[in-house]
Ligand binder design. Structure first.
Ligand SMILES: Nc1nc2c(c(=O)[nH]1)N[C@H]1C(S)=C(S)[C@@H](COP(=O)(O)OP(=O)(O)OC[C@H]3O[C@@H](n4cnc5c(=O)[nH]c(N)nc54)[C@H](O)[C@@H]3O)O[C@H]1N2
Ligand SMILES: Nc1nc2c(c(=O)[nH]1)N[C@H]1C(S)=C(S)[C@@H](COP(=O)(O)OP(=O)(O)OC[C@H]3O[C@@H](n4cnc5c(=O)[nH]c(N)nc54)[C@H](O)[C@@H]3O)O[C@H]1N2
Ligand SMILES: [Mo]
Length: 770
């Protein structure tokens, strides 16, 4: 095994900031990213940091999971292979603002709780371990050793390991995730909820059943070759800006792009590529050729109607649309699907989608005429009650036309967190398959619990009714990211102990259990020195590519531990000497962890060598690689028959979806501007169609309460400004996490248990001032 020689750090003296050639300055996106960097990090650190972002010798962007171009595809990485929002994510982590004991001595927890998420996040990086003692009013310093003893003591005192809950957010590296799940399973529980439960769980559930792998089947090269790309329920201009570059290439190669969205998202409508001079000076590329302004939650109806039309046209001209050979040899259930879609109810389809029949026919014609179709989607599809059937319906279309495992075609769920997919591969899941558990037992000689654990929503329920007593979070911001904010806060507060491994202060720290710990950790950008030398970690992107990420910046404080070190030291304390897992060696040398990943995780053989290749390696994906569906129950691609479902909204109510602004990363708020949607200096807004405002008797700009109506009662989020906006009729939008208080805990997707964050029935109540 070869240990890599640490690559020399980039010489800061040779870097220049703001030179047009380096960053194609002159457009707002680049200007904003530089300004935010300089504000948080200073000029030299900004130059140096952005220079290393997404380069082979540098670190993986802690923003989204969109892949970087690969050498094997004959592509060079651009000098600036990052986007405005990636630069903001980095600035947020590499900030020079720090907070330590003085800060916490000056601010009681009760006071901190009164600040916004924006304010909390802006205070700076956490620099030392902190404890809030039972009955205490302030966080105070604690040594690492005492912190681990405290956690281990509380865990050992539980009546059952299942009373502990171990959450993960998707920034955690593969190495940290692997040792973390090993600790949790050695302790005796599968309570491993993660952010993915609220994110792409519906995609995983639908795709596992349909194609046998819960991951997307396309590569960047496929996107470049597609002739039709359908982007459904996704706002890439804000959340995956580097995807726009790929769409632009595809378009240059002749692809057509369709956006299906209740909102006319600016990034899709017109895109100026900062990497190209033409993008800076010209008008930019209008990306979307077609925009289907669908009603929130209408996608199942839309794709069933498309399926119906394709089948009818196939009947009229047999062989023109359906790939019969593929369907016959590789799939099951086609006939049942075709039978179910023989007749559809057009008026119902128009009600559900808000689209005219002619618009649906137009879209279906584009799909019928395409030889290489890719479907991309994100939260607009996954966070609905009927999310799983909706995604399964898209898979039906792809299977019927043989659009899987063929160049330029396939299914592309676009992941969120930069390593959310890798964390799953490493075993962060409350219901990992038996085979994985067997390997884990075989490799380590431990006993792994087989009973499925709790996901995010079930964890909240367990804490609420006293079955969950210790809450441990590897990153993330559980209090703000989850639904039903008040009940979640009550759940966390009822715990004996809450522990957060974090880089920055957030809401979860000020919603503490009886005792609470904050364990500060290294970020992705920072150097990780251990006994055997400088370490690197690995991550997996949205297209199953696994590669190395090397932190280069000086850590925010000398008291930080890496996530791996935190897990290993806690395990050592919890299990004592002589435990079957060599925790101390793992902390000293991450290669030793990777050797075990190679032995346990499918597709990861020879891991240490392959992650040292310039672009790493791609995990196997049978449908993508060989058009086989070995992972499904039948070994075939499975058509799914679903009943039509869509949200029904009573008179005078709107269907509210919660979205991200252009200036946030989930619960981390970078600023108060949502440039593409024309919002500046504020976040408490609700976007409503002008005619709905008139019908409701509410003036543009009026301040209203949002009241969500659910079978167990009402929830209220006060004081939002109504903004007249061209969203689909009957729909509304507000920002996550401000609107999370409105999402009922029991409003979840069938099968995936994902909170329904995109379809909340609300009424707007004007605030009457006396
Ligand atoms: N800068 C930045 N980047 C990010 C994030 C961030 O917060 N900031 N978050 C990361 C994470 S974890 C994730 S999961 C992704 C999220 O990426 P996205 O899914 O793009 O994020 P959202 O803001 O939730 O946008 C949902 C989109 O779906 C549309 N939509 C809502 N309801 C429906 C519907 O019923 N049907 C259809 N067809 N469309 C609908 C909305 O109008 C919106 O355009 O981004 C990742 N990248
Ligand atoms: N209403 C509504 N709710 C939603 C959504 C929605 O669209 N609408 N989206 C859902 C989705 S898609 C997701 S993914 C979840 C996100 O849920 P989470 O992943 O739990 O939330 P984040 O806001 O991404 O977490 C931010 C925190 O992570 C910590 N952090 C950052 N970097 C690191 C690191 O390197 N290590 C460690 N240990 N900590 C770090 C920081 O302290 C920061 O405050 O929210 C979900 N909630
Ligand atoms: Mo996500």
């Amino acid at each position: 095994m070869t240990r890599e020689a640490p690559t020399n750090d980039v010489d800061e003296a040779h870097l220049e900031v703001g030179k047009p050639k380096t960053w194609a300055a002159g457009i707002p996106g680049v200007a904003v990213s530089l300004a935010r960097g300089v504000e948080q990090m200073g000029v030299v650190r900004t130059a140096r940091t952005l220079r290393l972002l997404n380069q082979r010798a540098g670190f993986d962007c802690p923003g989204c999971a969109w892949p970087e171009p690969r050498q094997v595809d004959g592509e060079k990485r651009k000098l600036a292979e990052f986007c405005e929002n990636g630069a903001k994510a980095v600035a947020e982590e590499a900030t020079k603002r720090h907070i330590g004991r003085e800060f916490f001595a000056a601010h009681p927890v009760a006071e901190l709780a009164g600040h916004t998420d924006f304010w909390l996040g802006q205070q700076g990086r956490l620099t030392e371990p902190l404890v809030l003692r039972e009955g205490g009013t302030h966080y105070e310093p604690i040594s690492w050793a005492d912190a681990f003893e405290l956690v281990a003591g509380e865990l050992r005192a539980l009546a059952s390991p299942d009373e502990a809950i171990f959450y993960t957010s998707g920034r955690t590296s593969n190495e940290a995730a692997f040792v973390y799940q090993l600790l949790v399973r050695s302790f005796g529980t599968n309570n491993l909820p993660d952010c993915s439960n609220m994110c792409h769980e519906s995609s995983g559930a639908a795709l596992s059943a349909a194609i046998g792998v819960g991951k997307g089947s396309v590569t960047l090269a496929d996107l470049y070759q597609a002739d039709l790309i359908v982007v459904v329920g996704q706002n890439p201009g804000t959340n995956h800006p580097r995807m726009l570059s790929a769409l632009e290439v595809a378009k240059g190669n002749g692809a057509r792009i369709v956006a299906v969205n209740p909102l006319p998202e600016a990034g899709l409508m017109r895109f100026k590529n900062p990497q190209l001079v033409r993008g800076v000076v010209g008008k930019g590329t209008p990306l979307a050729d077609e925009f289907a302004q669908i009603r929130v939650g209408g996608d199942l109806a839309l794709f069933q109607a498309v399926g119906h039309l394709l089948l009818r046209w196939e009947e009229a001209a047999p062989g023109s649309i359906v790939d019969h050979e593929f369907v016959r040899n590789e799939t099951l259930g086609f006939e049942d699907w075709a039978k179910q879609l023989r007749e559809i109810d057009w008026p119902e389809t128009e009600r559900a989608t808000g689209l005219l029949r002619t618009q649906v026919e137009h879209l279906a014609r584009m799909i019928a005429g395409s030889e290489r179709t890719i479907y991309c989607w994100a939260m607009g599809l996954t966070q609905h009650k009927h999310a799983v059937p909706t995604i399964a319906e898209i898979a039906n279309l792809a299977l019927a036309r043989g659009m899987i495992g063929r160049p330029g075609a396939g299914l592309c769920p676009v992941r969120g967190h930069s390593n959310v997919q890798g964390d799953r591969t490493m075993g962060i899941w409350e219901k990992m398959p038996e085979k994985f558990m067997d390997s884990l037992e075989g490799e380590f000689g431990i006993t792994v619990p087989r009973k499925h654990g709790r996901d995010t929503v079930d964890s909240i329920r367990a804490m609420l009714d006293g079955r969950g007593k210790v809450f441990f979070a590897m990153g993330g911001n559980f209090a703000s990211a989850t639904p039903d904010s008040e009940r979640t806060a009550e759940a966390l507060r009822s715990c004996a102990l809450t522990v957060h491994v974090s880089t920055k202060l957030n809401r979860s720290h000020v919603v503490p259990g009886r005792t609470a710990l904050i364990l500060p950790t290294l970020g992705r950008t920072e150097r990780d020195e251990q006994q055997s030398g400088r370490q690197f970690v690995t991550v997996e992107d949205s297209m199953s590519q696994v590669h190395a990420s090397r932190g280069r910046l000086a850590p925010a404080s000398e008291h930080l531990l890496s996530e791996v070190a935190i897990v290993c030291r806690l395990a050592d304390q919890l299990f004592g000497p002589g435990h079957a897992v060599p925790w101390q060696s793992f902390e000293q040398d991450y290669d030793l962890i990777r050797d075990r990943i190679a032995a346990v995780v499918p597709g990861c053989h020879d891991y240490n060598r392959r992650v040292r290749e310039p672009d790493g390696f791609v995990l196997p994906h049978p449908p993508r690689d060989s058009r086989r569906f070995t992972g499904t129950a039948t070994g075939k691609g499975m058509f799914t028959v679903s009943e039509l479902d869509f949200p029904k909204v009573p008179e005078g109510r709107l269907l509210l979806q919660t979205v991200r602004s252009h200036d946030q990363y989930n619960t981390t708020i970078y600023g108060l501007s949502d440039r593409y949607r024309g919002i500046e200096d504020g976040r408490r807004v609700v976007f409503v169609h002008p005619e709905d405002l008139i019908a409701l008797g509410i003036a543009d700009g009026e301040i209203v309460d949002l009241v969500s109506e659910w079978r167990d009662g009402e929830r209220r989020a006060p004081a939002f400004r109504a903004v007249s906006y061209p969203t689909a009729r009957g729909c509304a939008a507000a920002y996550f996490p401000e609107a999370n208080a409105l999402v009922p805990l029991d409003s979840v997707a069938e099968k995936s248990n994902t909170p329904v964050s995109k379809a909340i029935v609300v009424r707007l109540e004007p605030r009457h001032h006396s």
